[in-house]
Write a protein that binds this ligand. Sequence first.
Ligand SMILES: C[S@@+](CC[C@H](N)C(=O)[O-])C[C@H]1O[C@@H](n2cnc3c(N)ncnc32)[C@H](O)[C@@H]1O
Length: 340
Amino acid sequence: MVSLSNQIICGDCVKLLGKIREPFADLIFADPPFNIGYKYDKYNDEVEGEKYVAWTREWMSACKKVLKPAGSFYIAIGDDYAADVKIIATRELTLVMRNWLIWHYTFGQQTKNKFARAHTHIFYFVNDEKHFTFNDEIVRIISDRQKIYADKRANPAGKIPDDVWDEYPRLCGTFDERINFPCQMPESLLARIIRASSNEGDWVLDPFSGSGTTAIVAHKLKRKYTGIEISRKYVKGTLKRLEQSEGYPIEGEGERKWSENLDAELKWLYHENKVPVERLTKDPFLLRLFTDKLNKRISERQNPFQPQVIERRLVALNSRMKLGPLKANIESLRDAGKSS
Ligand SMILES: C[S@@+](CC[C@H](N)C(=O)[O-])C[C@H]1O[C@@H](n2cnc3c(N)ncnc32)[C@H](O)[C@@H]1O
């Protein structure tokens, strides 16, 4: 078992996992090819439907066998086979579905004669409906009650995010984080999943490692990782990416100093919470909530940040256009409330 820990292994996940006798994974994140004709290095992503479903059953069963009794299993899948995945998981493998998440992204593919597809399904299953890890506190965001109504009776910890995730854009070619790989997941999205469903020291498995996003984020968040990938070229790319990202924050790139680590976390927290800078700077209550969340995220710091420091940094980043526009922010929520 030790030989799997913190490794990116080149091989077929069904065969490799089939050789393992003991469950070891606390969390599995699987993002298989969707059978939509993507051009991968070693895998043909255009097979006959029945064959694809039979293969899906095989790899899901192989994963279930290595999932610990209190483990969690997330599966990303496209529209065409989402129903098959759900049925195999819950009826055949007796996994328990906790959420059917929708990752809604910008930069969806353009279409000519139907609505453009801009989402991916992410299933969240567990082995045992009563025993599992769900670290709600670390993923909670400022609630509408806190944001819109400044309601001091609202749960001070904020709310657990909804099951539609729209804060994480698909990585297009121009993004700093993007490497030469057809369908790389954003690190920030993996960070939410890994933070919620595992603890430091836990073991995270990705049977379709691709560019290695899961392993990289697991490593940054102090989890053990195992990635399995059929293409030697992608394994090589991941090993290089792992080496280059050592010591850097989520969504790491290039040479970074601590202040840039903070910027990366600040930026994601900002997009998750959707309160514009102009509002945060005027509302001490919201700024305090936001600051508390940042301090929790970077728990290794001994001296917590003070709201004024965060405020200054947010304003500076915003004036340099480094934060980017917010989706459905608090102001639009308030307007919607007025018109209904
Ligand atoms: C959708 S991509 C995963 C992308 C990944 N989540 C990321 O962020 O980079 C699917 C990957 O599965 C790999 N693959 C296909 N069949 C496989 C198998 N039987 N065992 C292991 N990897 C496989 C493909 O080569 C491809 O890199």
